[in-house]
Design a protein around this ligand. Structure first.
Ligand code: HEC
Length: 153
C-alpha cells in the first residue's frame, strides 16, 4: 500500500515536469522605464534592481529551481501578479493618479517589511533590505509623491 502511494506520487511529480512555465521576458519600451521617466538616484536604482526587479519588471531572472514544478508554477504566479500590480518597466504608461497610489503602496509595503516578498528572501538573501535601505527607498518614494526633497537620515 505504502509503496503504491509512493510510486503514484513519484509518477505525479514526473508528469507535472512536462508543464513548463514561460520564461520569456515580455518586451518593453525603454522610454517607459521608471529610470528614464523619473529622477532616480543611483543608490535607489540599485536597490530596486537588486530587490524588486525579479518580480516587478520585464527583466526577471529564473534560477535553476524554477525548472522544477510545482515550485516553478508558484514563482511564475508571483511574477505575473507582481507585474500586473506594479511593473517598473511600464511606469511611464501609468496615469499620475496610479503613480501616486503605487508610491504610497510602496512606502507602506516596504515600511512593513512585506516587500520584497518574504518567501523570495529564502533563496535571495542578498535582496533583503537593511533598515537604511528601507528608509532610503521610502524617502525617495515620498519625495517623488509629494514633490518635496526629503533629507536622508
Ligand atoms: C518574489 C516576487 C516579488 C518581489 C521580489 C517583490 N515583490 Fe512586490 N509584489 C509581489 C506580489 C506577488 C505582489 C501582489 C500581491 C501583494 O500585494 O502581496 C506585490 C505587490 C507589491 C506592491 C503593491 C502594489 C499595489 O498596488 O497594491 C508594491 C508597492 C510592491 N509590491 C513593491 C515592491 C518593492 C518596492 C519591491 C522591492 C523592494 C518588491 N515589491 C519586491 C511580488 C514581489
Amino acid at each position: 500500500m505504502k509503496k503504491k502511494i509512493t510510486l503514484s506520487l513519484v509518477a505525479v511529480l514526473v508528469v507535472i515536469q512536462f508543464f513548463r512555465i514561460d520564461k520569456t521576458n515580455p518586451p518593453s519600451d525603454p522610454e517607459m522605464s521608471l529610470f528614464v521617466v523619473e529622477q532616480v538616484p543611483e543608490n535607489v536604482e540599485s536597490i530596486i534592481k537588486n530587490s524588486c526587479f525579479d518580480c516587478h519588471s520585464n527583466n526577471s531572472k529564473y534560477p535553476w529551481y524554477t525548472n522544477v514544478a510545482p515550485v516553478s508554477w508558484w514563482v511564475k504566479s508571483h511574477i505575473n501578479e507582481a507585474r500586473e500590480e506594479l511593473n517598473f518597466n511600464e511606469w511611464g504608461s501609468y496615469s499620475v493618479k496610479k503613480k501616486m497610489h503605487k508610491l504610497e503602496e510602496l512606502e507602506e509595503e516596504v515600511g512593513e517589511g512585506e516587500m520584497p516578498l518574504p518567501s523570495y528572501l529564502i533563496a535571495h538573501g542578498d535582496a533583503r533590505l537593511t533598515k537604511e535601505e528601507q528608509k532610503r527607498l521610502i524617502n525617495w518614494a515620498k519625495g517623488l509623491r509629494t514633490g518635496e526633497k526629503i533629507e536622508e537620515k
